[in-house]
Design a protein around this ligand. Structure first.
Ligand SMILES: Cc1cc2nc3c(=O)[nH]c(=O)nc-3n(C[C@H](O)[C@H](O)[C@H](O)COP(=O)(O)O)c2cc1C
Length: 368
């Protein structure tokens, strides 16, 4: 049997200890019900991966504000009526042996009702060209409060922690990035000012959940765009988040806009394409850092952990393609893992409002 010693070494994060270094990165799968509640299919999806040995499962983006949701099928955490479904989901993950974390989200200019720090055109394709509404000071305060209230609900629902979504180009990144933040008030201009909104979100969440509750942050180290957030700024933000009481950073580099560039598309096809850049954040932070991006085999994951480039791996599509990825690794059957082919069929479906599926599922005997 191959040696996966480091991968199966426990890791302490905040007040919890993971049994291994393999975590599920959040994936919006379009499995939620149209009213924002948790569906049975979601419960089964997460429980299956927890049962097969994933140590910490970050449940996909859940909207802190109905208007901030990215899709009618995104789950919501903005009202108490969503707590029973969320409780069932957290309970199923925990019963299956995993830690349950809920990602809390506001899409900003990518929301159903697009808002942003500044009215900068959002351009993905000619059909999706929009100008978001500039947020007022009161609207900013309202969203900050909503993140805190959402975290409190997640705690009430039995989740072991929350992960603040501060990556992928959603609202928190829109404030940090000079491309999308043209404000002249205290939330715009210098990096200090651009960091104010995410840091106030963190403070609001901490205030609502207390100092002992797990609070992670989905973190963008570098925007990978010439006029965007630089790695140097990313390093400064990482340290500020740590000081503000964040327990771990789960990194994901770039945004929708950078990923669409031909040179970035070429880069992101390579296994482990983010490991070195995320290592730069790991060098700065004392809190655990999760690395990400086409970590398609446990052999690569072991190498990353053994080399000290990250403390844990956050896998999305590899665990989607093969729910039993961890179990097969533990049983010495890593050669039987069904690999993600990087065809993005999973995401393509969700952008069209359809349930995510994987082109490889026949091979892994999975239908979710
Ligand atoms: C269908 C799909 C949905 C995703 N949804 C989320 C999400 O809700 N929150 C998030 O932070 N990242 C999301 N991501 C990004 C993944 O967590 C991950 O960072 C990315 O897929 C690269 O990792 P991988 O190569 O292991 O898939 C999503 C990715 C895919 C493919």
């Amino acid at each position: 049997m191959k040696n996966f010693k480091k991968l199966f070494t426990p890791l302490k994060i905040g007040n919890i200890t993971l049994k291994n270094r393999i975590t599920l990165a959040p994936m919006f799968l379009c499995y939620g019900n149209k009213d924002g509640t948790v569906s049975e299919k979601m419960v089964e999806f997460y429980a299956r991966r927890a049962k097969a040995g994933v140590s910490l499962l970050v449940v996909e983006a859940s909207a802190v504000d109905a208007k901030g949701a990215g899709s009618p099928r995104m789950i919501r955490v903005d009202e108490d009526r969503f707590i029973p479904g969320l409780r069932r989901l957290a309970g199923a993950i925990k019963d299956a042996g995993g830690y349950a974390v809920l990602q809390i989200y506001h899409g900003g200019r990518y929301s159903l009702t697009p808002v942003a720090p500044s009215p900068v055109e959002t351009y993905l394709t000619p059909e999706t060209k929009i100008i978001p509404k500039e947020m007022t000071g009161d609207e900013i305060k309202d969203v900050i409060n909503k993140f805190g209230e959402a975290a409190k609900r997640a705690k009430k629902a039995g989740f072991d922690g929350v992960e603040i979504h501060g990556a992928t180009g959603y609202l928190l990144v829109q404030f940090i990035s000079p491309r999308t933040n043209k404000r002249t008030d205290e939330y715009g201009g210098s990096l200090q000012n651009r960091m104010k909104f995410p840091l106030e979100v963190v403070a609001s969440v901490r205030k609502q959940v207390g100092k002992d509750y797990l609070v992670g942050y989905r973190f963008m180290p570098d925007e990978w765009l010439p006029d965007g957030v630089t790695l140097n700024e990313g390093k400064i933000l990482a340290k500020r988040l740590e000081r503000a009481g964040i327990d771990y950073l789960s990194c994901n580099t770039g945004t929708y806009e950078s990923w669409a560039l031909p040179e970035v598309m070429k880069l992101t096809a390579k296994p482990g394409y983010q490991v070195d850049i995320i290592h730069e954040i790991k060098k700065e932070a004392k809190i655990p850092v999760f690395t990400n991006g086409r970590i398609t085999t446990p052999e690569l994951a072991e190498e990353i952990i053994a080399s000290g480039k990250a403390d844990a791996v956050a896998l999305a599509r590899p665990l989607f393609a093969d729910p039993e990825f961890v179990q097969k690794t533990m049983e010495g059957k890593s050669d039987r893992i069904v690999k993600c082919m990087n065809d993005w069929i999973c995401m393509r479906n969700t952008t069209q409002g359809m349930d995510a599926v994987c082109s490889q599922w026949k091979k892994s005997e999975s239908s979710a």
